[in-house]
Design a protein around this ligand. Structure first.
Ligand code: NAD
Length: 294
């Protein structure tokens, strides 16, 4: 029996490929026919069609509204004849995950939320962190499939717990990328070579996931092609702020970081790569973070 996969974007395509490489038959759907062609697996005509053909359906989709429609809309997974288990790999926040869980449960479909961390390269190499919440027995059944994608971590059976974990992860990733961008721009303005700065940070106590990975890969070479859209980071920061405010916890730092991400999306465009967040800092300082020729 094939596994269904919906959403073959930056993350979904390499994840679906990993499943094919691990020997699974895949039936896939994406609204973009090019993405379907790139995978080369049998294509379905709608999320419902996927769920007519597979008992387990995975999805990697851009935002909560799309996830809700794909899972529970009129041509959604919920209408499928064969589906028993729906696994959402997207970042949608706790309330949407809980809503999907509740609506699918009314049709005896089990929902697991399983947001991921590790970026496109982690998806390609099968080393993602997969944060999973849902019934333990379903997680145990699914683990061999998830092992092809990375390291599954079980967060508990409360729907949406894994989403909370993912938002905690991403607010920290959002913080350190803007913090590193702001500080490196300051150093460049003072005359330092950014390539040397990144080497020093990575050897010292200022190292972050941004200095270790995002700067060498996409900022110093000026390619801005890490594979995560600025608009997706804005979505994640907003979801974090919504959940944190609902809990009544302090969000002083996250609000400031959120304003910087909102400004980056406004000036660079929501579809820009999220490493472009450094450009407003560069423009304000009148410098470019480009390594000196050696
Ligand atoms: P993406 O925009 O590259 O891919 C989304 C895919 O969904 C696209 O191929 C699009 O055509 C498809 N799609 C949109 N609407 C659809 C619909 N109604 N039915 C079927 N397909 C539809 O996004 P991405 O970067 O792959 O991210 C996917 C999810 O994973 C997001 O929730 C994101 O926050 C999360 N995520 C992304 C990264 C990353 O580094 N890119 C890392 C971790 C988590």
């Amino acid at each position: 029996m094939p596994i269904g996969f919906i959403g073959l974007g930056n993350m979904g395509l390499p994840m679906a490929r990993r499943l094919v490489d691990a020997g699974h038959d895949i039936v896939a759907f994406d609204t973009c026919s090019d993405a379907l062609a790139r995978l080369g697996a049998p294509a379905a005509t709608s999320p419902r069609d996927v769920a007519d053909r597979a008992e387990t359906v995975l999805a990697s989709l851009p935002n909560p509204a799309v996830c809700l429609e794909v899972a529970t809309g009129s041509a959604g997974v919920i209408e499928g004849a064969r589906v028993k288990r729906y696994v959402d790999l997207s970042t949608v926040g706790r309330p949407t995950a809980a809503q999907i869980h509740e609506l699918l449960a009314q049709r005896d479909i089990v929902a697991l939320d399983s947001p991921v961390s590790g970026g496109v390269s982690g998806a390609e190499r099968g080393v993602l962190a997969l944060m999973v919440s849902g019934p333990r027995a379903e997680f145990d059944d699914l683990e061999p499939v998830l092992n092809a994608l990375g390291h599954p971590c079980y967060l508990g059976d409360t729907p949406g717990s894994a989403q909370t974990m993912k938002l905690v992860n991403n607010i920290l990733a959002a913080n350190v990328l803007v913090a590193t961008a702001e500080a490196v721009v300051m150093g460049v303005k003072a005359g330092l070579d950014p390539a040397i700065m990144i080497d020093v940070l990575n050897a010292g106590s200022g190292a972050t996931s941004a200095s270790r990975d995002k700067f060498p890969r996409a900022i110093l070479p000026r390619t801005f092609d890490y594979g995560f859209a600025t608009g997706l980071m804005v979505k994640d920061v907003r979801l974090y702020l919504e959940e944190a405010r609902a809990l009544g916890v302090t969000v002083e730092l996250a609000e400031t970081v959120g304003r910087l991400w909102e400004a980056a999306a406004a000036s660079q465009g929501a579809d820009s790569d999220f490493t472009s967040v450094i450009k407003p800092f560069e423009e304000a300082a009148g410098v470019t973070v480009r390594p000196a020729r050696r």
